[in-house]
Design a protein around this ligand. Sequence first.
Ligand SMILES: [Zn+2]
Ligand SMILES: [Zn+2]
Length: 394
Amino acid sequence: MPLANDPTTAIRDLTTAIEAELIAVRRDIHAHPELAFEEVRTAGVVARELEKLGIPHRTGIAKTGVVGLIVGGRPGPVLAIRADMDALPIHEQTGLPWASRIDGLMHACGHDLHTTTLLGVAAVLNKLAPQMAGTIKLVFQPAEEAIGGMRIMLEEGLLENPKVDLALGFHNGPDIPAGRFGFTHGPVLAAADKFEVVVHGVSGHAAHPHTSIDPIVGAAHIITQLQTVVSREVNPMHPVVVTVGAIHGGEAVNIIPDTVVFRGTVRSLHAPARDIAEAAIRRLCEGALATLRVRCEVDYTRGVPALVNDDRVLLPAVAAVRSQLGEVIDEAGPVMGAEDLALLFERVPGFQLRIGSGAPGRADKLHNSGYAPDEACIGLGVQALSRAALELLS
Ligand SMILES: [Zn+2]
Ligand SMILES: [Zn+2]
């Protein structure tokens, strides 16, 4: 097939030619889901497909990650495009012929779509490489759901040889119909921290509370006070969530226990709000020694930072999607989920494209046992990302 001169037609034709094959690859990956750092078979499929395309690649990065390189015909920047490969511990209920063949595991977050879409982008850009400036680094990442794969890939030198200048990520979204796309300026996903608080009192008989220090009443007060962190301490224009998701203490109705333990998560989109929330949680817990006589040990652990889109990547990428597919992309607000792509975007300017995957007449959601995306999102995602890559490198 001769390549069309204009990029719109060339990318569309190249994608159409491989779309059926991509759907077959996706169904194969979907039927064989693997958990974080166990993506051995999936990484094998990726390596086999890159091999077929003649794209040089390295395997075994962060255990099961794969990184491929497409070098353009002219010098230019290095663009990393990242897909995640891991599945979830969910038992699939779709009943589809290509449903998971492994009990208790399912690609319910659509990372099978992501892996396949990036393979499609690899095939298209590999064909366009002679006319392309710069280099594409194809990043097939393990363990996104465990929020661990990207950190290890970075530690193992993902950004070097060649040095990455900018990055593209993407996630499917069944809340958006297939054929449409979404973008968010600035912070789009939250920083995710966790904390554990041990509230120390003094145990004793429930009938003689004056001889004890009650950690249950102490914990109850502290947990209620933590709700003032969001409402009274952080800027109302900076969203924060403080949720206590677990509390344990006491065994019997007639005993005041020695300790109570509670655990929670803090989500935030802006660094100052994150700092304020952590400081306020520590202060309210530690201050309970003066007010309630309970001594608190606070273990606060910072997780991934917020995922922040950079307009230097976002604006040309959004324009590229419009050039390729028309008026199909809308601005959307951020959400308080988290994703370790944020660690990559912390180091190089990046943009995460949302790819609509909702099928007509369905109301699917991610991490749901019945998730059945519209597979048209694969070819459309390939076109959108391939065009965005070309524009970003030109
Ligand atoms: Zn997920
Ligand atoms: Zn996901």
